[in-house]
Write a protein that binds this ligand. Structure first.
Ligand code: PAF
Length: 279
């Protein structure tokens, strides 16, 4: 696996990898890799001739009171995992390489950027859209693979790609869960064993909504109330949002039909976790 730290180096390596019409798949990460990330790499391997990945803890998607400084950084281990999965090109730039001094240009996906996590984390999706646009310019992938756990992120990237005519296919891959249902996340590393158990309330709340919906309940208000009740039963978990929205525009729905996205975010201790299901 070739590791590139500069934009020039990575762009050249990606162009060479695509030569002869080879299909280049791309997985963008912030490191601290888990099975969820590796499932994206496997999906990229299955669909493409060559796979590139990036590890970059993007400062512009963290709010001033968020966990940028303590975000887990495990580069050596991540690098080995990616190499084992057959990633051929790894982009690992510095912050200075990605953001030139006095950079003032941003990508904002109006409307969508302040829904769900965007409402709780102002500026978060502006940082995500900007860095993903920059990564796409460097890597120029044919297809890029993102986890459905960040469902709002997927919707925003899809819209950005459409609006700005990026020639890249966006592939959303299923959430990877622990055997007990907890969605895999780099932030699970912050949980102690008690919090790890409490965190299961997120998945339980989604399962309760799914069961009610399968039983015929279609009123979003009733479904959301039930989901919130389930979370509230776990006293130490603090709800951020529980919403049922359309998965493309992220608008709240009143009558819940097939395909609706049920999304939850909650704090377990100081750790903010998210999860979702699509009905
Ligand atoms: O999902 C993530 O890990 C990040 O938001 C991404 C897409 C790598 C952008 O920094």
């Amino acid at each position: 696996m070739r590791i590139c730290n500069t934009i020039v180096d990575m762009r050249g390596a990606c162009r060479a990898a695509r030569s002869g019409g080879k299909r280049l798949g791309f997985v963008a990460t912030m490191g601290a890799l888990h099975e969820g990330h590796l499932s994206l790499v496997r999906a990229a391997k299955a669909a493409c001739d060559v796979v590139a990945a990036s590890i970059f803890v993007n400062p512009t998607q963290f709010g001033p009171t968020e966990d940028l400084a303590k975000y887990p950084r495990t580069f050596e281990r991540d690098q080995q995992l990616l190499e084992k999965e057959g990633v051929e090109l790894l982009f690992a730039p510095s912050v200075e390489e990605m953001y030139p001094a006095k950079a003032v240009t941003w990508v904002t996906v109006d409307g969508l950027s302040d829904r769900l996590d965007g409402r709780s984390r102002p500026g978060h999706f502006r940082g995500v859209a900007t860095v993903v646009a920059k990564l796409f310019h460097v890597v120029e992938p044919d297809a890029a693979f993102f986890g459905q756990k960040d469902a709002a992120q997927v919707a925003i990237i899809r819209r950005m790609v459409r609006d700005l005519n990026f020639p890249v296919e966006i592939v959303a891959c299923p959430i990877v869960r622990e055997p007990d249902g907890l969605a895999m996340s780099s932030r699970n590393a912050y949980l102690d064993s008690q919090q790890r158990k409490q965190a299961l309330a997120l998945h339980r709340s989604l399962m309760r909504v799914k069961k009610m919906w399968e039983g015929g309940q279609r009123a979003a208000e009733k479904l959301v109330t039930a989901g919130c009740e389930e979370l509230a039963a776990e006293k130490s978990v603090r709800l951020d949002y529980f919403e049922i929205v359309d998965p493309d525009g992220l608008d709240p729905v009143r009558n819940v039909s097939k395909g609706a996205l049920v999304a939850v975010a909650a704090f377990v201790g100081t750790t903010r976790l998210i999860d979702n299901i699509q009905l």
